[in-house]
Design a protein. Structure first.
Length: 97
């Protein structure tokens, strides 16, 4: 499974309806499960981002479809990072010339 770290900011619409944010998270989590994505950690944060999620998916395509679906609702903007574990990085380094 590939790991992704997503950083979220509320849009104007999302912050106007911030009282519903935990309900939106529950809906997104249910959608993630249906789309083959597992949200392993989710945090509301202070600072330059409003939320952070750590997720796993079988592929970049599956994860991208999920995030585009969620962002399409208009409540968030996202920035996603593909994450590699120490074990992943060791395998990558072993392939170097």
């Amino acid at each position: 499974m590939a790991t992704f770290i997503s950083l979220f900011n509320f849009t104007d619409q999302g912050i106007r309806n911030v009282k519903d944010t935990t309900k939106r998270y529950e809906a997104a989590n249910a959608l993630a499960q249906k789309m083959g994505v597992k949200i392993t950690h989710f945090f509301y944060t202070m600072g330059p981002y409003d939320c952070v999620a750590v997720c796993e998916a079988k592929s970049e395509e599956d994860f991208n479809a999920f995030t585009l679906t969620v962002a399409g609702a208009g409540n968030i903007r996202s920035l996603t990072l593909r994450a590699f574990s120490v074990e992943d990085m060791s395998r990558i380094i072993s392939k170097m010339a």
